[in-house]
Write a protein that binds this ligand. Structure first.
Ligand SMILES: NC(=O)c1ccc[n+]([C@@H]2O[C@H](COP(=O)([O-])OP(=O)(O)OC[C@H]3O[C@@H](n4cnc5c(N)ncnc54)[C@H](OP(=O)(O)O)[C@@H]3O)[C@@H](O)[C@H]2O)c1
Length: 266
């Protein structure tokens, strides 16, 4: 059976790579797309891929007039939550690839997904290597009580920290909080240099030219430390396989799940 998909952000860096792969998928069909700039056009004409014959709309609300099984969001955090809630109201399951939604926003999304009997799969990073970073960090946090997280990205990335790091901090918060030997309010000097407290992790975001996107977590114990780091390259290809897998899994559960491994057997 073919899974019908509406893709918001289909003309963007990540969305266009996904759309091009969907054009060659046998079980996934792109039925509508969202982009304000290219509204009114056929997606294939925008991306130079004749197999993509679906129309582009300016809003998710319009695009969702075409019935779909899965709504996929690859836009911006300021519009993603509204898109997701609209899609749930229209009866679609949802994959959220967009980064920057807060835990409070996810709590609302989770409640609506449960109420509508639909599934929302939110994945901060679809790359397999990033999925493994999360798993390895969770294993380490069970044994090592102190860590800090560093998030690196290009100078122009507006949201901070990255979706990967938000997801990492949220997942570690379910294991334990990282111990702080000196409470933040007792910091002498400039307390902000200690980073932001997110779900019990200290998080530091670096935004500089020459970085693409990396996440690093350092676990420290007396006279020993462990660093786990994930680095993404400059293309959107690493995210495609995981995103296609997420589309295939989105209709297999009810409520909110976070992280690709929540639907994988690892
Ligand atoms: N989970 C992952 O593995 C992963 C991987 C890569 C990226 N991401 C995240 O995915 C998001 C998109 O990243 P990107 O690099 O592809 O961004 P991008 O190149 O700027 O693309 C954004 C896309 O969303 C559309 N869009 C933006 N605002 C919109 C709005 N208000 N209404 C309708 N469409 C809108 C844009 O089209 P118009 O401007 O024409 O409307 C464009 O198609 C970011 O949050 C990024 O961090 C996640």
């Amino acid at each position: 059976m073919t899974i019908k998909v509406c893709l918001a952000g289909a003309t963007g860096w990540a969305g266009s790579a996904l759309a091009r792969h969907m054009a060659h998928s046998e079980d996934i069909e792109l039925v509508s797309a969202v982009s304000r700039t290219h509204a009114g056009r056929i997606l294939g004409n925008v991306l130079g891929e004749p197999r993509l014959t679906c129309p582009v709309f300016a809003t998710a609300e319009e695009a969702l007039d075409y019935p779909c099984d899965v709504f996929f969001d690859y836009t911006k955090p300021d519009v993603a939550k509204t898109n997701v809630l609209t899609a749930l109201d229209r009866g679609a399951n949802v994959v959220v690839g967009t980064s920057g939604l807060s835990d409070d926003e996810y709590a609302i999304i989770a409640a609506v997904a449960e109420a509508r009997g639909r599934g929302v799969l939110a994945v901060g990073n679809f790359a397999l290597t990033a999925v493994l970073l999360m798993k390895f960090a969770e294993m380490a946090a069970k044994l090592i009580p102190q860590w800090e997280i560093i998030d690196y990205a290009s100078a122009g990335k507006k949201d901070a920290p990255s979706g990967t790091v938000r997801e990492l901090a949220a997942r570690l918060s379910r294991i334990r909080e990282s111990d702080l030997i000196v409470p933040l309010e007792q910091t002498q000097g400039v307390a902000e240099t200690r980073g932001a407290r997110m779900g019990g992790s200290q998080v530091h975001s670096v935004r500089l030219p020459s970085f693409v996107i990396s996440a690093e977590i350092i676990f420290g114990m007396t006279d020993q430390k462990l660093t786990i780091r994930h680095d993404s390259g400059s293309s959107a290809e690493p995210y495609v396989d995981g995103a296609l897998l997420a589309i295939r899994k989105a209709g297999t559960f009810t409520g909110l799940r976070r992280g690709l491994d929540s639907v994988l057997e690892i």
